[in-house]
Design a protein around this ligand. Structure first.
Ligand code: FES
Length: 91
């Protein structure tokens, strides 16, 4: 991935442009862990059919959003609400 230093800009690293990582059909209602660009990510499909990719770790205490099969939120299929994903640790 290009870094801002490559362009002699500020010290932030971010993707430039769009990157295909797979067909949209890989995004399902069940959040799944993926890894691209050296980052852990989660792919899922929202209730209205929109595919999403988000950072894998919850900003609260860092729980992985997709690597959980025992929480009630996951077992009861309540992890995706609208276009949002709910953390399996504290909800
Ligand atoms: S770790 Fe995700 S809500 Fe607390």
């Amino acid at each position: 991935m290009a870094t801002s230093a490559d362009y002699r800009r500020v010290d932030f690293e971010y993707p430039r442009g769009w990157f295909m990582i797979g067909p949209a059909t890989e995004a399902t209602a069940a959040p799944r862990a993926i890894r691209y660009f050296g980052q852990d990510l989660v792919i899922y499909r929202g209730e209205r059919g929109t595919p999403y990719i988000v950072e894998a770790y919850c900003p609260h205490m860092g729980a992985h959003l997709a690597n959980n099969s025992t929480s009630y939120i996951v077992r009861d299929n309540e992890q995706v609400e609208g276009g949002s994903i709910r953390c399996p640790y504290h909800g």
